[in-house]
Design a protein around this ligand. Structure first.
Ligand code: ZN
Length: 195
């Protein structure tokens, strides 16, 4: 493979990028923005090397424990479970949630072979029984897989004597949290219901 082909192949790994867009990006960088190509390469390398997962909530973090988990002013009685760091960021932008988080590695998807193990349910359960958490808010997406994931988590939490709630409807069915407007998320949070 030539260097150009390798670049196109690498770009195609990105979600939503097909052969044509990958080619367009590669040509753009090489023809018009060599400096941008260097910046991009360095940023990718730094991120891939330095960003790991917070040992408490599993979100992306450069430190062993992320800034949110280190924040002592949050409400330790609340633990909000989301599917991704992007969903966590959406929740944070609403500025209406002040508890802690646990960030799953996606959602359960039997067809794709993604089970409770892969998304970190064991770590969530270990985190939730710290003696301080009183309510686990299930903020997985309102897709079929997100709902199934919430159901499995609610059962597992109940078996350990933990109370869980689910974001209220109002978030459109089929939605990924990260694309829902902030007011809707904030309302769904206030109107959350017992599972
Ligand atoms: Zn954390």
């Amino acid at each position: 493979m030539t260097a150009l082909e390798q670049l196109i192949e690498a770009l195609r790994r990105l979600p939503g990028v097909g052969q044509k867009s990958a080619q367009r990006m590669a040509y753009h960088l090489l023809q018009h923005d060599r400096a941008g190509a260097d910046t991009l390469a360095r940023a990718l390398q730094d991120a891939a090397r330095n960003i790991g997962h917070c040992e408490r909530c599993h979100t992306f973090s450069e430190a062993p424990v992320c800034p949110i988990c280190q924040d002592r002013h949050r409400d330790a009685r609340l633990l909000c479970v989301v599917e991704s760091p992007a969903d966590q960021a959406a929740m944070e932008r609403t500025a209406s949630y002040h508890g802690y988080y646990f960030v799953l590695q996606g959602r359960i998807s039997p067809l794709d072979g993604v089970s409770t193990r892969e998304i970190g349910v064991d770590q969530l359960l270990a985190r939730a029984v710290d003696g301080q958490v009183e309510e686990v808010i299930l903020a997985t997406s309102f897709t079929a897989e997100g709902e199934a994931t919430a159901h499995v988590l609610a059962e597992a939490l109940r078996a350990r004597g933990l109370r869980s709630t689910r974001l209220a409807r109002g978030v459109p069915v089929g939605s990924e949290l990260e694309y829902v407007d902030l007011g809707t998320i904030a309302h769904a949070l206030v109107d959350r219901r017992a599972t």
